[in-house]
Unconditional design. Structure first.
Length: 116
């Protein structure tokens, strides 16, 4: 069973940057489409960004376009979310999600807090 874990969250000031990482163990991420989701207190989980297996296709929520960049390094079995110009409304728990057909896996999440 694929196991994925997020890291890189933290407490930062508005305007600063963070890079989240999603690492896989047990199996390679090569065959999985990867998405980043987030869930703010009292709100539903929402999609932030996704990247196709080969990395050739990416997509972003309107709220993060131009500020966040998703990438993957299949050789290192890692996926990243570079978050620039962070805003207080980006505060949430960020989750990595891997999907291959009907198979899907979630990480435990990493907390991001942005203060003004």
């Amino acid at each position: 069973q694929l196991q994925i874990a997020e890291s890189g969250g933290g407490l930062v000031q508005s305007g600063w940057s963070l890079r989240l990482s999603c690492a896989a163990s047990s199996y390679t991420l090569d065959y999985y489409d990867i998405g980043w989701f987030r869930q703010a207190p009292g709100k539903e989980r929402e999609g932030v960004s996704c990247i196709s297996r080969g990395g050739g296709s990416t997509d972003y929520a309107d709220s993060v376009k131009g500020r966040f960049t998703i990438s993957r390094d299949n050789a290192k079995n890692m996926v990243y979310l570079q978050m620039n110009s962070l805003k207080p409304e980006d505060t949430a728990v960020y989750y990595c999600h891997a999907r291959r057909g009907y198979l899907e896996y979630w990480g435990q999440g990493t907390q991001v807090k942005v203060y003004s």
